[in-house]
Design a protein around this ligand. Structure first.
Ligand code: FAD
Length: 482
């Protein structure tokens, strides 16, 4: 009798190499069914944002192509995971299911229920680690508790020993010849059409495993050397831009870890250490999400529950559209809109501006990022927003309020980042570009700028906004704190 097939359920791990679930299925020798489910969002699952849907379409196409080159294909189905799985099992006679774990509460709930359901029907399920360097529960404080501060977390993480070797891409996958139907990707309407606001995305990105490997290789050759210094410069290609690839699991952190060590040669080099610490922040965000599942909704520090947020639809709209009158903020928000991504330094500045200058609840910003980022991530996005807002674990103190002009002068010293994304300011000299309202009238006139017409006046005055934010903070200050 021929061997019953095995199902590999692909989720946020759209790659073939270093894919524990696929590797195990391949090693079993059974015919392999590669399945992707467009899940009905369960109670606690977060529907994908629009930019991430665009990415997902490209990533699924790339995975299907890669599978076809091995005589396989990706089966696409929609519905509740348990129903889809039951239908595929009934149609194929599969006896085993493999998947790599996920760590958000909604995903965990679906997986746990499904595992029990399948086990009760005699179907073996293997859920495997694959999308983090270490499972979130492996890293603990001395007392065995979850960790809330990054540095000790990262030290404890590293004390656990060497990171495993990445798994090879399977050389062959026995095909399942039973003729399973697949839905048509185009029918999922993941990509925008009218209007096609993503028209600039393909120039900036190549979704898929090959694109991820190309991005990593380019970074290791071009920007790892000097990363520790240059990573804060949005005007340069100073970072890896791997975030959407990691978000969709087109590359694993284990692969990045290994290849970065090989490229850097010296284990202790400052650039390598700094880069790996950023991968460490991703690990930390997942650790937080696993232990504090309501990260996107609930202040990590409850005292922020009483924070006097303002409801200001006009200011929120100006921020979203990149029309606050603060050039660095506007450049970031337009880079986000046009490419689905923003440099980390600028993410911190725009987030701080929303929360502190405009006193708008961080959750409104988190949701906008969720919808517009191609790397919108269940863990990194809320953890970073709470970090900036001051409400998070190991957060930047609320009273540290970024000055967008000084941030611009320091990290975009020639103004080239602003020139690229806010073209109406392009003719301003570098000493005026980060604060056009302070520029003498002839300088503005020469650059063709009429404030309030060609470019907005600042939506708030920096000094007044700073004082207002500090007053708001005083309302929730812990009286026992020094
Ligand atoms: P690199 O500097 O090359 O870093 C390599 C990888 O490390 C990144 O791809 C990312 O996976 C990880 N990383 C880097 N910085 C951080 C960080 N601060 N926290 C967690 N992981 C990090 N990152 C996301 O992946 N998705 C998000 O939704 C997201 N939202 C954010 C929201 C705000 C308000 C802020 C301040 C940061 C957010 N970040 C998010 C973190 C960070 O800005 C991006 O990961 C980074 O800019 C991606 O660019 P890169 O791949 O070139 O980074």
């Amino acid at each position: 009798m021929s061997q019953a097939p095995a199902i590999v359920w692909f989720r946020d791990d759209l790659r073939l190499a270093d894919h524990p679930a696929l590797a195990r299925a391949a090693a079993s020798g059974a015919p392999v069914i590669c399945l992707y489910i467009r899940e009905d969002p369960g109670q606690r699952q977060r529907p994908l944002g629009a930019a991430a849907r665009w990415w997902l379409a490209g990533s699924l196409r790339a995975l299907d192509e890669a599978l076809r080159s091995m005589g396989q294909r990706l089966i696409l189905r929609s519905g509740a995971a348990s129903e889809v799985m039951a239908a595929v099992i009934a149609a194929s006679g599969a006896r085993t299911v493999f998947w790599n774990r996920r760590y958000d509460a909604g995903g965990i709930a679906v997986d746990t229920a499904l595992k029990a359901e399948l086990a009760a029907r005699g179907i073996a399920v293997a859920s495997l680690p694959g999308n983090l360097l270490r499972e979130p529960w492996e890293v603990k404080s001395g007392a065995g508790d979850p960790m809330k501060v990054f540095s000790p977390f990262w030290r404890a993480h590293q004390r656990l020993g060497d990171i495993r070797e990445p798994l090879r891409r399977p050389t062959a996958l026995a095909p399942f010849n039973g003729g399973l139907a697949s839905e048509d990707l185009a029918s999922w309407d993941l990509e925008p059409t009218k209007p096609n606001w993503a028209s600039g995305f393909p120039e900036a990105w190549t979704p898929g495993e090959a694109g991820a490997q190309t991005a990593l290789a380019a970074f290791l050759v071009g920007a790892l050397g000097g990363y520790a210094e240059a990573r804060d410069r949005p005007d340069r290609p100073s970072t890896s831009r791997l975030s959407p690839h990691l978000r969709f699991g087109e590359i694993s952190p284990v692969q990045i870890w290994r290849q970065a060590h090989m490229a850097a040669g010296l284990d202790g080099s400052r650039d390598l250490t700094k880069f790996l610490a950023e991968i460490g922040w991703r690990e930390f965000a997942y650790h937080l999400l696993f232990h504090f599942p309501d990260l996107a909704e609930t202040n990590f520090q409850p005292r922020f529950d009483g924070f006097p947020w303002r409801d200001d639809a006009a200011a929120l709209a100006a921020w979203r559209r990149g029309r606050t009158g603060y050039p660095l903020v506007d450049a970031g928000m337009r880079q986000l809109w046009q490419t689905g991504w923003m440099h980390n330094r600028v993410r911190m500045v725009v987030a701080s501006f929303l929360v502190k200058h405009l006193l708008i609840d961080w959750r409104a910003g988190e949701r906008w990022f969720w919808d517009t980022l191609v790397d919108a991530d269940v863990a990194n996005n809320p953890a970073s927003w709470q970090w900036v807002a001051g409400s998070g674990a190991d957060a930047a103190p609320y009273f540290r309020i970024f000055n967008p002009m000084l941030q611009g002068q320091k990290f975009d010293p020639h103004g080239n980042y602003v020139r690229r994304w806010v073209p109406e300011l392009a003719a301003l000299p570098k000493d005026a570009i980060h604060a056009p309202w302070e520029a003498p009238e002839p300088v503005l006139a020469k650059a063709g700028i009429r404030l309030g017409e060609t470019y907005p006046h600042p939506v708030v005055d920096h000094d007044a906004a700073r004082r207002r934010a500090l007053d708001a903070l005083a309302e929730i200050r812990d009286p026992s704190a020094a």
